[in-house]
Each structure stands twice: as C-alpha cells, then as structure tokens.
Write a protein that binds this ligand. Structure first.
Ligand SMILES: [Zn+2]
Length: 109
C-alpha cells in the first residue's frame, strides 16, 4: 500500500478535535499498520506523572504533555508549492511512485 503521508511532511488537521482543526504541523512519526500519524504539537494529551524514585534519582511529579497519534484520514498533506492542504495523487517515474499535489500538480517527493 502506498502511503500518502511520510515522516517530515507538513500536514493540516481537517477534521477531529475542534482545538486542532485547521492547525498545521510536521509529521514526526508514521504508523502504517493503523493508519495513524504523530504530528508535532498537535493532538496533545496530558498525562499526570506520579513521583517516581528510580536508582536514587527522583522524577518530579507533574503534567506531561505528549502528542497522540491522529488518524491519517483526519489530516491532509500541505503542498510545498501551493501551500494548501491537498489530496495526493501518484505518478510513476523511473519505476518509482512519486506523490503529486492534486491542486497544482507539483511533485512532492
Ligand atoms: Zn500544490
């Protein structure tokens, strides 16, 4: 299966949690098996960390903020050329699949 979104891409959240809608960020992890991506600074979940004693060091309690994976269907790739969220098409070139912007036709790989 061809992945439309890769590590390092800019994506925009098009649906999902209201607080993230319309926001953009860089993809920091891709989970191809469950069709999810982790986007820097988006879909932040807070975790309450308890005080932990570990080998004499203590980790302070507090709130830890972590990105949670977002479904790929909730984000759209932002085209580097036209700077708009776009659907991705594929063209074959020299035996490879190259991603193209469906809006302006720019090659994205
Ligand atoms: Zn474009």
């Amino acid at each position: 299966m061809k992945l439309k979104i890769k590590h390092g891409d800019q994506v925009e959240v098009v649906t999902g949690r209201a607080e993230d809608k319309g926001k953009r960020g860089e993809v920091i992890r891709v989970f191809p098996k469950n069709n999810r991506v982790m986007v820097q600074g988006l879909n932040i979940r807070t975790k309450h960390q308890k005080q932990v004693q570990s080998e004499g060091r203590s980790i302070s309690p507090g709130i830890v903020k972590l990105e949670a994976p977002i479904s790929i269907s909730n984000v759209m790739l932002v085209c580097k050329k036209c700077n708009k969220p776009t659907r991705v098409g594929f063209v074959r070139e020299e035996g490879k699949s190259i991603r193209v912007c469906k809006k302006c036709g720019a090659k994205l790989d």
